[in-house]
Design a protein around this ligand. Sequence first.
Ligand code: OGA
Ligand code: MN
Length: 299
Amino acid sequence: MGQAMIGDSLNFKVKPLTPYFGAEISGVTINCDLTDELFAEIFSTWVDFGGLILLKDQMLTTKQHIEFSRYFGPLFGDPNHEPLQNTVSRYMHPNHSQIYRVSNLVDKAGDPLGRKGAGTYWHSDVSFRERPAQASILHAKQVPNCGGDTIFANQASSYDLLSSGMKKTLEDIFAWHDFSIAARTQYADKIVVERDMHGDNQALHPVVRTHLNSGKKSLFVNPGFTSHLDGFTYDESSVILKFLYDHCTKPEFIYRHTWKKGDLLIWDNRVLMHYAIMDYPDDQGRYMERCTVIGEKPF
Ligand code: OGA
Ligand code: MN
């Protein structure tokens, strides 16, 4: 790992979450302590620990959550920046166009307070755009007593452990990412906004991308949004992708996060995919707010 090891920072403690990736940072209260210097240390720890940082007990306001997230870069929904896809616009915070709400709660009128069952499949946020998400920053405001965990798969470690033959084979292959893939299987009903199915929500990305900050290579395909490999038939493509997905989701590449209220989890969609486990009953409320940083065009 890079420079951020346990005890390295003067400003916080760092504890790994798994041997491969992820770390908990403790001793920081974002809304009180945030400075450029502190952010630079959080950011380098995030990169060094494979793009997953947990900060517990963060009682941020929605505004503070947005302000912190902007340190990573512009957000989907920021003024003069593109919004998330229209299909989720009804789940955005009514007063903050940057906040996507994931929840099974409804208000007094019976309207949803967030997207129920969001991300219940392996995916990398917004991978179907020309510039997919960099960080997603999810703040847990209400969690079920039990269940509702999120699992993360580290696609840099899984890339590293491919054979040199497979790495070479994948080198120049690109894959199509398409919102309609998830829309047809997961959203599968009237909430899909038809114009999300074309144009801006389809993109061609390299199957192996290089991380802008760490220089590390990782796989960048996911079952949720990747439709097929460019220049391959669907049959050919699905065999290769199935192999890659089976490989990427081996238990050793996985971190499973059990949420506590106040958790702020920052994941790097350039190197991780994630899956929200919807195993909790409807009478167990779950309410999360997410800021999503606009990333670079994958290379
Ligand atoms: C997300 C998502 C995770 C969760 O917010 O991007 O996929 O556990 N949801 O709610
Ligand atoms: Mn997601």
